[in-house]
Design a protein. Structure first.
Length: 438
């Protein structure tokens, strides 16, 4: 993984930085704090709305689910402060009436914009919530989230498991979790394919994901359209000197309860998943070009608790519509009134995305794309110009597996790789042998 090394002051503008480390806003606690939605990079650029059709569409904005939350017709009760928090991810139950959507909700408004051809540079910001439908628990959903099930790792606070200093002292808690998280036994779901369809239609500027499960690649979203902001299991390196280490060997060691050791400095090797306190991959900095260019931002399945990623959503132009698809209001969507052009559709993400696809008349194409892709052994990584009617069917050459002869002290023979997944699907990611124990 490329890492830039120059120093970084967290208070400085993101545009001027070359090194950014991952941090959690809810440090050492499960409590979810509202993210900083103060002036952003572009916060002061209040541009006049010049496109009257767009303005008209935006004026029809409403927030699905909020009708049920706030009793006044379109009015929101004022709290003592100037903002009223919408239900947060640690509060409302999934069965809350807020999950009901209206046919004229934010989803319909945004679908109308897309159909009108007004959204040609869509940026998607995604989190663990897009993969729960694939059977991978997220972090913070009460009860099912990984943070609610960490007792067995014997760590002082949930985030410790992704803390690089903690790892340096004791890698075992992370390695135990990694055994459950290693990609291999999960398949992309409808939500992933919806994002791929955005690409297929030529509308996806970039997908910024916090996920480390590799399902975006597996569903065929091409590398150049994807920023895995928190890294992935596809590569591994020394956590101290960053010397690369064969990902397959690292996986073998971890799956066999051994510790992969750097051949250069003898420190512990870990998959290139970005920990709190570690630099984000260089590719993350594409955001400085992408977000100003975006004409629609879709935020899906994230609590927006991890910085600097969470603040990205504040860096689109102030006139750009932002659509939150999540079970709960998060980030800037926790405050009312919402920013003009902000929409949210609360509820089960897969259901919401299916409805969105139906509004766009994409459902059949997505289903077909899923069928085709899931029957292919090697999904295509397609970057060809999109077509309105034809699902992408290109095939990709399998890349050679990353086999090395280097042995890891104490490592036993790997468990059988066994899965249908191939390296070309996942950028040399390890083969399928893991199971998700949670
Ligand atoms: P998070 O903090 O757990 O938030 C997930 C959000 O998605 C929450 O707001 C949930 O309410 C929402 N959500 C979950 N399931 C659904 C659903 N079915 N329908 C609607 N909404 C849903 O996770 P974030 O992604 O915000 O946090 C970033 C962390 C999580 C990243 O650093 C990842 O590495 C890490 N993570 C990734 C994975 C993965 O790769 N699949 C799994 C678990 C954690």
């Amino acid at each position: 993984m490329n890492r830039s090394r120059s120093s970084w002051d967290k208070k400085t503008s993101q545009a001027s930085v070359t090194r950014i480390t991952r941090s959690s806003q809810a440090r050492h606690t499960n409590h979810i704090e509202p993210p900083d939605s103060g002036p952003s990079l572009y916060g002061k650029q209040r541009r006049k709305q010049t496109d009257s059709a767009l303005a008209q569409n935006l004026s029809q904005m409403s927030v699905s689910g909020q009708d049920a939350l706030f009793t006044g017709k379109g009015k929101v009760p004022k709290a003592s402060s100037d903002s009223v928090p919408a239900p947060r991810s640690d509060q409302a139950a999934p069965s809350s009436p807020a999950v009901k959507s209206s046919s004229r909700g934010g989803l319909a408004s945004v679908a109308r914009l897309v159909k009108l051809g007004r959204c040609k540079n869509v940026v998607v910001v995604a989190g663990a919530g897009i993969s729960t439908a694939s059977g991978i628990p997220d972090f913070r959903t009460p009860g099912t989230g990984l943070y609610a099930n960490l007792e067995k790792y014997n760590i002082p606070y949930p985030e410790a498991i992704f803390n690089i200093d903690y790892f340096s002292n004791d890698p075992q808690p992370f390695f135990s979790l990694a055994k459950a998280l290693y990609p291999g036994s999960h398949r992309p779901n409808y939500i992933h394919y919806f994002i791929r369809m955005l690409h297929h239609k030529g509308l996806l500027l970039r997908l910024y994901t916090q996920n480390i499960d590799g399902l975006e690649k597996l569903c065929g979203i091409p590398d150049e359209k994807l920023v895995e902001a928190h890294g992935s299991f596809a590569t591994a390196s020394c956590h101290l000197c960053y010397t690369p280490y064969p990902a397959e060997e690292a996986k073998r060691a971890i799956m066999n309860d051994n510790v992969p050791i750097c051949t250069f400095c003898a420190a512990t090797v870990k998959p290139d998943v970005v920990f709190f306190g570690e630099d984000l991959p260089q590719k993350y900095f594409l955001h400085t070009k992408d977000f100003p260019k975006a004409d629609l931002l879709i935020i899906m399945g994230t609590s927006l608790q991890i910085e600097p990623f969470a603040s990205l959503v504040n860096t689109v132009r102030s006139t750009v519509p932002r659509l939150l698809l999540n079970r709960h209001a998060v980030g800037p969507f926790e405050k009312v009134p919402l920013r003009r052009g902000d929409h949210m559709e609360l509820g089960n993400l897969e259901d919401t995305v299916r409805r969105f696809a139906e509004m766009l008349c994409w459902n059949n194409e997505i289903e077909e794309l899923m069928r085709n892709q899931e029957t292919l052994t090697i999904p295509p990584l397609v970057s060809s110009p999109p077509s309105q009617t034809c699902p992408i069917r290109a095939t990709a050459e399998p890349q050679g597996r990353t086999e090395t002869s280097r042995s890891i002290p104490g490592a036993q023979r790997a468990a059988g790789s066994g899965g249908e997944e191939t390296d070309s699907e996942t950028d040399s990611k390890s083969s399928a042998s893991s199971t998700l124990s949670n």
